[in-house]
Design a protein around this ligand. Structure first.
Ligand code: MN
Ligand code: MN
Length: 467
């Protein structure tokens, strides 16, 4: 019989150990410093348009130029393309012939929120409101009684674009959606949670002073008068606007040990930030061309001309092939078939309070590093893009040889629910894709939680993949 020592040794050799990365990391200072920069980025970029603006600034200050500025491309060139201010593609031309494929990392810039309806403004009970239409999967009750800010654009008939950002600065007013007092909520409290707040009741309270006494709709008139003075708009200009309500809370460091980050829209801006900073901080020209995607409309199915389903990304890739002087019929399809991708999207973190929805053995844990999902989907993997084992092995190898902490997880228990990312869209083109992002608690809520350790490992992992 083997003695106790031998059994321990054998266990060490054969068991797959899963543990927090905090105790073994020697990079605590770097992690905290990187997290501070991330928090700053988050507080300046709450919507897809703002993300693209911030990302453009980061890219340009690191030598990236609009691809349209290049007649031809060569190894080491850094390019980007912005699609309608809402999505963006970047690339660093690698040393190897691009016909052997590229390495793509792709995240999305849009997050669940409340959009204003096209005809939003009304008055009731001497109070003025904006009607909203929620965007993405939200739990509606979470969006009442919190401070909200308004971000977006109003485009006048003549094309003049007015940028709105109100509720973020200390001196700005904020807005909120009211909820019923408990004293009178007997009926509401009997409802199912999903029906507790009706979609049509998510109306934003925006004002209460009448323009003049005894005038019908005097509060609405007063609001329009204020908006007209401030932005030069009339009520009809809302028809051509995109105004988004997002939590006015700041992204902050969290916990006594400051190990976590709490903030709105970390799905999926945490992956945007980590991929983008990984790309611009590559020390050397990568072997394979590094391609970075910041997509839009992921939360509502990736449709439309700024979503990943659109062909604008193919156009960007074709432009690269054209400007490298190698393009020929069918080449893009072949390049895709030889390409590899990390679909950088957040994963559901294991939440001990709601442990019953997760399989502890196959859950993503905060603090254990970047989290891979071999597949997503629902029920019998329906709708999943299932990464090939050969590619999973390759990614494991890249992470392990670069000392990147990672875990491989499922979203939740079998048959409990499901989800999806942009992974399948690139996989459909022939790319080898695996989902790979940061575990999040309270996903899609106004205040999501992540671990700074995972944040930093995502950055290191993405860098290793491109290197
Ligand atoms: Mn996401
Ligand atoms: Mn999401």
């Amino acid at each position: 019989m083997a003695d106790k020592n031998n059994i321990e040794l054998l266990k060490q050799k054969l068991f797959y150990k899963k543990e927090s990365g905090w105790n073994t990391t020697e990079k605590i200072d770097e992690i905290y410093k990187y997290a501070n920069e991330y928090i700053k980025f988050m507080n300046e970029s709450k919507t897809e348009r703002e993300i693209i603006k911030s990302s453009k600034k980061i890219a340009e200050s690191n030598g990236f130029k609009d691809i349209n500025q290049y007649e031809s491309l060569k190894t080491g060139d850094k390019v980007y393309y912005i699609n309608r201010d809402k999505s963006m593609y970047l690339a660093v031309i690698g040393k190897e012939d691009i016909q052997k494929g590229v390495n793509i990392i792709g995240a999305h810039a849009d997050s669940p929120r409340l959009d204003l309806k096209p005809n939003p403004l009304y008055e009731d009970g001497e109070l003025a409101y904006f009607k909203t239409h929620y965007y993405g999967g939200i739990k509606k009750y979470q969006w009442t009684t919190i401070p909200l800010s308004i971000h977006g654009v109003i485009v006048k008939k003549n094309g003049e674009k007015i940028e709105i950002n109100i509720g973020e600065k200390e001196e700005d007013p904020i807005f909120t959606i009211t909820d019923l007092l408990p004293h009178l909520a007997q009926d509401q409290m009997e409802k199912k949670l999903k029906n507790g707040i009706d979609g049509e009741d998510l109306n934003l309270l925006i004002g209460s002073i009448p323009y003049e006494e005894n005038v019908p709709e005097a509060v609405k008139l007063n609001i329009l008068n204020i908006l007209n003075k401030k932005y030069g708009i009339t009520e009809a200009d809302f028809l051509s606007s995109e105004l988004e309500l997002v939590p006015a809370m700041k992204c902050r460091s969290m916990g006594f040990d400051e190990s976590m980050v709490a903030g709105y829209a970390q799905d999926d801006k945490i992956c945007v930030y980590t991929e983008l900073t990984a790309l611009v901080n590559l020390e050397d020209i990568p072997t394979r061309t590094a391609v970075c995607i910041i997509s839009d409309k992921e939360e509502i199915g990736s449709m439309g001309n700024t979503g990943m389903e659109s062909h604008v990304f193919d156009m960007f890739m074709s432009e690269i092939l054209n400007k490298l002087g190698v393009n020929k019929p069918n080449l893009l399809d072949k390049v895709f078939c030889k390409s590899k991708m990390l679909s950088a999207d957040v994963d559901a973190g294991f939440d001990p309070i709601y442990a019953n929805v997760s399989d502890r053995m196959n859950a993503g844990y905060l603090g254990r590093g970047i989290s891979l999902n071999k597949y997503t989907g629902a029920r019998g993997k329906s709708g999943a893009s299932d990464a090939n084992a050969e590619f999973v092995a390759e990614v494991r190898n890249i992470f392990e040889s670069n000392d990147v902490r990672y875990q491989i997880a499922e979203l939740g228990k079998v048959d409990v629910g499901g989800g999806g990312t942009i992974a399948y869209i690139l996989a459909n083109k022939g790319v080898d894709v695996i989902d790979c992002g940061v575990p999040v608690l309270s996903m899609h809520s106004p205040y999501e939680v992540t671990s700074k350790f995972d944040l930093y490992e995502a950055y290191r992992g993405y860098k290793a993949f491109w290197k």
